[in-house]
Design a protein. Structure first.
Length: 184
């Protein structure tokens, strides 16, 4: 009994054979490159810089580009705006500011920051300091008399209200707390 050979096996054997290139292949390729006028410029790395470009713009692409640029401007305004003192602290003198301590017990946290009306909700403006070994985070902030909304941001992403202060929810569904600083 003869064993029939699978056609796929013969194809595999054919593909395993070494490829034989003509000895003049390299010479012919290099000659073709040398004869190409596009390759003849002296400054090849900057060739693309001097070439003419054609840009086709459809109304949809133009609208999408404008929307993207507007989004970048709005995002830049939100992320990179300078810290602004609230009107109440600008109106009052620095001497009328009261030192206010904010404390959060969060033993699982690697970092905690304080955000609020007084620092323009800037996550990097007011970091809390951890007491050694007990998981209590605190910071003292000078505040002028007035009412302030604030929250703690744990590990840069989790917003928490102050468990020791009256709470409320902001327009974005984030937990906030309120502190009122009295006058003289």
């Amino acid at each position: 009994m003869t064993e029939s050979r699978d056609p796929l096996d013969s194809l595999i054997e054919t593909l395993k054979e070494p490829v034989r290139l003509r000895p003049d292949l390299t010479r012919r390729v290099m000659a073709a490159i040398a004869d190409d006028p596009a390759m003849a410029t002296e400054h090849k790395p900057v060739r693309w810089w001097r070439r003419e470009w054609t840009i086709r713009v459809t109304p949809v692409r133009l609208l999408a580009t404008a929307a993207g640029l507007a989004g970048l401007v709005v995002t830049g305004q939100f992320l990179f705006r300078p810290a602004v003192k609230p009107a109440s602290s600008v109106a009052g003198s620095e001497a009328s500011n009261r030192l206010t301590q904010f404390v959060l017990v969060a033993p699982e946290a690697a970092a905690v920051t304080l955000v609020g009306d007084f620092n323009d909700w800037n996550v990097g403006a007011t970091p809390l300091v951890r007491s050694v070994g007990d998981g209590v985070w605190s910071v003292t902030v000078p505040l002028a008399p007035g009412r302030y909304r604030y929250a703690f941001v744990v590990n840069g992403t989790v917003w928490r209200g102050d468990p020791e202060a009256p709470g409320l929810e902001d327009d974005f569904g984030q937990p906030n707390s309120v502190v009122t600083i009295g006058g003289a």
